[in-house]
Write a protein that binds this ligand. Structure first.
Ligand SMILES: *[C@@H]1O[C@H](CO)[C@@H](O)[C@H](O)[C@H]1NC(C)=O
Length: 208
């Protein structure tokens, strides 16, 4: 007898330093605690120490370094032109995880309190409304499909339009503007903000 293997589905988070890496470790343990069937991926930047990388490797199936400054591609060129967009670009790299079919991004300061694997039934770009700006989605939790084309389009869009809040949330809301107007199926219930996930009070409250 074979068990069904849901290939290509992954939870993805991002750690830009050891503090966020600690959050990512707790997030990974919380996903294991609720017995998710899916893979765990963490994107890291050069700011994460070797010791911390060892710990991340023990818990995440994939630890992938995102080093835009070192790359010789469009992302690097874009960054040289607009260094202010650097951290925003880092998060966009989740679209490059093309070894997966569908992913859910979770900020590293998220804690999963109950199994929510059903989120993988949703399509790109699904997210919950932002508590402060309900016409916008909150970019701390979102469903997406990795694609190099989407990544390149996002990059181009960022360079042309910037972001109304200077961060990834504004940029993603502008790029995936259909979320607000067209497809209500892409609105995750608030429960995914209030019930299944909670933000640590002892980690910095500002967004990455
Ligand atoms: C996406 O681009 C990366 C390199 O940037 C490459 O390794 C990968 O194979 C590409 N994926 C697809 C599906 O073309």
């Amino acid at each position: 007898m074979h068990s069904i293997y849901f290939a290509g589905l992954a939870w993805v988070t991002l750690a830009t330093n050891d503090t966020y890496a600690l959050g990512a470790l707790v997030l990974a343990h919380s996903l294991k605690q609720v017995q998710t069937a899916h893979e765990l991926v963490v994107l890291i930047t050069p700011g994460v120490s070797q010791a911390m990388r060892g710990q991340l490797n023990a818990v995440f199936g994939t630890v992938e370094e995102v080093d835009v400054m070192d790359s010789k591609d469009a992302a690097n060129l874009a960054l040289l032109a607009r260094p202010d967009l650097g951290i925003t670009f880092t998060k966009l790299h989740c679209w490059r995880l093309t070894q997966f079919n569908k992913c859910i991004f979770l900020d590293a300061d998220t804690l999963v309190l109950q199994n929510c694997d059903e989120l993988f039934d949703r399509e790109e770009l699904s997210a919950a409304p932002d508590a402060g700006w309900p016409d916008c989605f909150n970019s701390g939790v979102f469903v997406f499909r990795p694609s190099n084309e989407t990544f390149n389009e996002l990059l181009k869009f960022a360079l042309e339009h910037g972001s109304f809040d200077g961060g990834d949330q504004g940029l993603l809301n502008m790029f995936f503007k259909d979320w607000a107007t067209k497809d209500i199926n892409k609105h995750l219930p608030f429960i995914y903000n209030l019930c299944s996930t909670a933000t640590y009070s002892y980690l910095p409250a500002f967004k990455l």
